[in-house]
Design a binder for this molecule. Structure first.
Ligand SMILES: [Zn+2]
Length: 401
């Protein structure tokens, strides 16, 4: 089985249909990059084709990005199902749109159909219009206390006012709008019709759809932990990052310390402003939470895999330190605190959408290279957290206005 993924930046194409399926030929206009890469793979398949075998090639093409999967076999039903699934697995991460059949044996079946394409676009727009201003669809389980639900709605209103999710986010979803599933951890299997045994909090994907998941730990209610609320701005901020960066949030696209560190700093600024809780200070002051590897081996914090050992990045405290150090460095260059936060929280992601590599976007936005930043970071000490915390007066509204 072969699978190749690619990320190319030129060209844009709204591809696909809201509910693609197995054995369904593509009808959208392929960008030159997708066309070329699908063709190369198809040529390879044609060469290795044996009698009594059928080969299929599924592809996904969106926003200059592509991914595909191909396979050969005799059981056609199984072959289609398996290859489609394989294609979707990568499409979820790399294109954010669905897979369609590109070729069967020698024949290319993906044919551009202008009329159908226009009809799909129109249908999608109509669906969008049905929910004016309601990008998020709330699915709140009864297990959650009324007080929490009221706070949740409040927080969502504030967030959508301060950092609205750009329209392009719909390109990375199967259907217009994003579902939010929330429940209390004491309830098992809260949404069996959607997915069995959901766990944790995340922006999750299953190969074709994406949603926000908020499992609120029962203990957080007992102990009145502010995390039961701060998890909302945290996950929301990831949606914002995805939309601005045009879906470049995975570890291979952007460093973990920036994606998670920002979400952590943002959520804590939120609860400080609205609930007067200073968790950031608490977390950063605790030696057990994060490691001094932040100073000497910051590269480890570019991936979840290399920074998730116990004591390295608990509650993303290490990542948060790095983000705050970056803001501090920008301020050293005569940039105001407000502007520095704006560059880090917002402008970096806009720039990220336009660059093949995150390092390039980093240098463009901050006017220092990532390498140089790491060099400066090596001079920091643990106790410096006290001087790089956000000022007491800064409001999230100021940053994004
Ligand atoms: Zn996160």
């Amino acid at each position: 089985m072969k699978k190749i993924l690619g990320i190319l930046l030129l060209g844009f194409l709204f591809s696909g249909k809201a509910n693609a399926g197995i054995n369904e030929p593509g009808i959208s206009l392929l960008s030159p990059q997708c066309k070329l890469n699908f063709k190369i793979e198809h040529d390879k398949i044609k060469k290795s084709l044996k009698k009594n075998q059928t080969a299929v090639l599924y592809g996904s093409c969106n926003n200059g990005r592509w991914s595909y999967a191909s396979d050969k076999g005799k059981n056609l039903k199984r072959l289609h199902k398996k290859t489609f699934k394989e294609c979707m697995k990568y499409a979820d991460e790399f294109t954010g749109t669905e897979c369609f059949l590109y070729a069967v044996n020698e024949e290319v079946v993906w044919k551009h159909d202008k009329v159908k394409e226009a009809a799909i676009l129109e249908e999608r727009q109509a669906q969008l219009n049905k929910r004016p201003g309601n990008f998020f669809i709330y699915n709140i389980d009864d297990s959650l206390p009324k007080k929490w639900v009221a706070e949740f709605e409040n927080i969502m209103n504030v967030l959508q006012d301060v950092i609205p999710i750009p329209n392009n986010m719909n390109e990375y979803l199967k259907n217009p709008g994003m579902d939010i599933y929330a429940w209390k951890s004491s309830k098992k299997n809260p949404f069996p019709k959607v997915k069995n045994n959901m766990k944790g909090a995340c922006i999750c994907g299953n190969g074709s759809d994406r949603w926000m998941q908020l499992e609120i730990n029962s203990n957080e209610f007992k102990n009145k932990e502010i995390h039961r609320y701060s998890v909302i701005p945290h996950e929301y901020f990831h949606v914002y990052q995805i939309a601005l960066s045009k879906n470049k949030l995975s570890d291979r696209d952007s460093p973990k310390w920036l994606t998670e560190g920002q979400a952590k700093v943002f959520e804590e600024m939120y609860v400080k402003q609205y609930y007067e809780k200073d968790n950031l200070k608490n977390d950063l002051s605790r030696t057990k939470k994060w490691s001094k590897k932040v100073f000497k081996e910051p590269e480890l914090y570019e991936k979840h895999k290399t920074s998730n050992k116990k004591g390295m990045d608990g509650n993303y405290a290490g990542s948060a330190f790095m983000v705050l150090a970056l803001i501090n460095e920008l301020e050293q260059n005569n940039i105001s605190e407000r502007k520095a936060f704006q560059l880090v929280f917002r402008d970096f992601w806009i720039e990220r959408a336009n660059n093949r590599k995150w390092e390039k976007a980093f240098e463009q936005t901050f006017k220092i290279s990532a390498e140089e930043f790491y060099e400066r970071l090596s001079k920091y000490k643990r106790k410096d957290y006290k001087t790089i915390l956000p000022s007491d007066t800064i409001k999230i509204q100021e940053i994004f206005s």
